[in-house]
Design a protein around this ligand. Structure first.
Ligand code: NOJ
Length: 755
């Protein structure tokens, strides 16, 4: 039998009734049968993933490097490829895999579909600020629909790394600093990508990454060493990964960093004991790019052979771009250093996911040009992107109700290098977005015709065309356009300033030690402020920036992140009040970079500080400990009042519940949406406990004058944490519960968990 694929069609009856209880058994039988036919080299091949390396629709590859890879592909020594884009390319490579290799095992095609494929959604950190889980599931679904229509079947998302350090450029890819919210977001995104059935044509495999601890890189420097304790690992870092497993995620990616001084890729305890053992994960783990090879510079592996050995022993199933599994595993098994069963285990996991995708039934199922033409960047998808963009905006400050803008009779100057920028709002990890394809703020604002609008960029933020691979070249000296901007400000009633980071200033390899407005932007803002203080500052960024001067001096500040394809329309609709902002921060904004890492769920210390004046307490001499804008903060054009906070009992048993209720009233003039948040503090624990932990939230929409009672049920499972006894459990004792509109709430009710 040359082509296993042909014989597999006889299995179609099995696949057609795959929802039946027999599906898993049939799948496993099929996989075992296939593994029994594979040579060692073919097994190592399934565990090998290459980046796209030649134009597969053009001539055969030239050059030794390409030829070698091409021959490996034909020999069944490649199991997956990444970054191969488009139906034609994917079809051509899949054809080689299923028609020219001995066993005809299809490839699985992966790509970083992080916040959209062609239609670009807000960066994940922004989208998490919507606290709208349905929305996040929907945007992942749209991304999956577009990517699958264009031939792909696997995304390297969601990134579920918790991070507390805004210097780290990759905070843009995550859901912020909180493990509870991060877990819900992880689940929503996995469901969105994978749908209810992986075999659906619109579903792609999700990948929880980076396992584990990558978000805790020291000093926010990418790829750096981490240093956190066992309890932080379990209580803060692991929960979103566990949630992804519970949501059925089929792949994991490990990470570049060390944890416990061991590179994650070679970390047996987290991969084999925790993920595959305790959590029963039966999908597969892909290494990060070259991370097997990188165990050599880490000083953990002697050479390539040793690195491959350590990685496979630790449970890394697929090698992304180190070429070490394909070149070393056969020898390692033959020399007895690695047991063949370890390869079988990895291959079994990889084949399982391919089977669940339906690739054995139809390896070309994602290669439908018509589908790709109609699905990508469709009007419907763009509508979802606009909705997501509006809901991701966070109103940080709005003195004297400067916002929303009036729709008529105003003279408005729009100033700032990002106001006319159609590229930056696409952010980093923008997949197949067309360069310059986002709507700009100027375009969005110009759709409103009632005001006189002038636009002056004021200064360039950067030079040239930016991309994923190069550093953005920031303008530090050319102020020649300041004058025109000042004139525009002087002759206007209101100034909308759009400042912040270029889209590629955050993301992988984009750590910064200074997280203020880059280049000459702050200087421009200060100059304009001297002329006209009616400033609405719109901040575009991929991370929390240091906005201390801005907060002190500028009356209105809107955090607008990198919002994707519909950025400018969304910002304009918010500024004009057609959408009342409802976003809440999921990451604290520091008072200055020296405060970082700063996060709401900190520990009290033995000497808690309440003022700068205290000397021998745990505080700074120059700024308060609290962040500038806290986790959960976000204003609306209306105001909400919270009253009548109560709990129905102050005793909680292991099987009982407490009802916490609060009345919320819209006391302003606009209809508005508020995310009501529930926090709990465990007063004494077997390990020191955080000052507050988010445990629930509800979104409430109210007309002016309307009020509602919001109820939260508290049960003992919400009090569980990874204790000194090294297990998840709750501990009896005293707790405080807080309910309100951000993590700064001080009013609490006390209750006791009893035996
Ligand atoms: C390296 C990044 O760390 C990872 O997140 C990404 O998925 C891979 N490169 C593939 O692009």
């Amino acid at each position: 039998m040359k082509k296993i694929i042909l014989t597999l069609f006889t299995l179609s009856f099995i696949l057609s009734c795959k929802m039946s209880a027999d599906f898993d058994d049939e799948k496993e039988v099929f996989i075992e049968d296939l593994i029994s036919k594979m040579t060692l080299a073919e097994k190592a091949g399934q565990m090998n993933q290459y980046n796209g390396f030649w134009d597969a629709t053009g001539p055969m590859p030239e050059g030794d490097y390409q030829k070698k890879r091409y021959n490996e592909l034909k020999n069944g020594q490649v199991g997956s490829m990444l970054n191969v884009i488009g139906v034609d390319e994917i079809y051509a490579l899949q054809k080689i895999a299923v028609e020219e290799t001995r066993l005809g095992i299809p490839l699985i095609f992966g790509h970083d579909v992080i916040h959209g494929y062609k239609t670009i959604f807000p960066i994940p950190l922004a989208e998490s600020s919507s606290w709208d889980l349905d929305l996040m599931e929907k945007s992942a679904r749209v991304a999956a629909t577009e990517a699958s229509a264009d031939g792909l079947n696997w995304t390297f998302a969601p990134m579920v790394d918790i991070s507390r350090d805004a210097r780290w450029g990759r905070v843009m890819e995550g859901a912020g600093e909180d493990p509870y919210l991060g877990s819900l977001v992880a689940k929503a995104r996995v469901k969105g990508f994978q749908g209810d059935d992986l075999n659906d044509i619109n579903s792609i495999v999700a990948c929880a990454k980076h396992f584990a601890g990558y978000g805790f890189s020291e000093a926010g420097r990418d790829y750096n060493t981490t240093d956190f304790n066992h309890y932080t690992l379990h209580n803060t870092i692991m929960p979103p990964f566990k949630a992804a497993v519970d949501a059925g995620v089929r792949t994991f990616m490990n990470s570049f960093n060390t944890l416990d001084e061991i590179p994650a890729t070679g970390h047996k305890h987290i991969q084999r004991d925790i993920l595959k053992g305790d959590w029963n994960f039966d999908g597969f783990i892909v290494s990060d790019w070259g991370s097997i090879d990188q165990m050599i510079p880490h000083g953990f592996a002697r050479d390539g052979e040793h690195a491959a050995e350590l990685a496979v022993l630790a449970g890394s199933d697929m090698d992304m771009e180190s070429s070490l599994y394909v070149s070393k595993l056969v020898g390692l098994v033959e020399s007895g250093k690695v047991k063949e069963e370890l390869l079988n285990d990895a291959v079994r996991r990889i084949l399982r996911v391919k089977y669940e995708l339906g690739l054995f039934e139809d390896p070309f199922k994602y290669c439908n040009k018509q589908r790709s033409d109609s699905e990508l960047a469709s009007d419907n998808n763009m509508k979802v992107a606009l909705d997501a963009a509006k809901k991701s905006i966070v109103l940080l400050k709005n003195n004297n109700q400067l916002l929303p803008l009036q729709k008529e009779g105003e003279k408005i100057a729009i100033i700032g290098p990002l106001a006319g920028d159609k590229n930056s709002p696409l952010g980093n990890w923008r997949s197949q977005a067309v360069y310059n394809s986002a709507s700009s703020v100027v375009e969005g604002m110009n759709k409103y015709k009632g005001n006189r609008i002038v636009y002056e960029k004021g200064v360039d933020l950067y030079y040239g065309k930016t991309n994923f691979h190069n550093r953005v070249k920031i303008n530090y000296d050319d102020k020649s356009d300041f004058g025109k901007a000042k004139l525009a400000a002087a002759t206007s009633d209101i100034v909308v300033m759009v400042l912040g980071e270029e889209g590629n200033q955050s993301g992988e390899g984009r750590s910064r030690t200074n997280i203020g407005l880059p280049g000459l932007q702050l200087e421009l803002l200060k100059e304009i402020n001297k002329i006209n203080n009616n400033i609405i500052l719109v901040v575009m960024s991929g991370r929390p920036l240091d906005l201390s001067w801005e907060d002190e001096n500028i009356p209105a500040i809107v955090q607008a992140w990198h919002l994707g394809s519909k950025s400018g329309d969304a910002i304009a609709q918010v500024l004009y009040g057609d959408y009342n902002p409802s976003g809440k921060l999921t990451m604290s904004f520091p008072r200055n970079v020296g405060q970082v890492p700063v996060y709401y769920n900190f520990k009290n210390t033995g000497r808690p500080s309440t003022s700068i004046e205290q000397v021998t307490n745990s505080g700074y001499a120059d700024v308060e400990n609290s962040p500038l804008y806290s986790f959960g903060h976000g204003l609306s054009y209306t105001n909400f009042s919270y009253t009548n906070f109560s709990i129905d009992t102050d005793k909680l048993g292991i099987d009982s519940k407490i009802n916490a209720s609060i009345e919320i009233e819209n006391i302003g003039n606009y209809k508005g949406k508020e995310v009501v948040q529930l926090y709990i503090r465990d007063i004494v624990g077997s390990i020191a406990r955080p000052m507050k932990e988010l445990k629930g939230f509800k979104s409430v929409e109210l007309e002016p004058g309307e009020s509602k009672t919001v109820n939260f049920q508290i049960d003992s499972s919400m009090l569980e944490f990874y204790t000194y006894g090294n297990k998840w459990e709750s501990e009896v004792g005293k707790f405080h519960v807080f309910v309100g509109g951000n993590s700064n709430i001080t009013e609490f009710k006390e209750f006791y968990l009893t035996d």
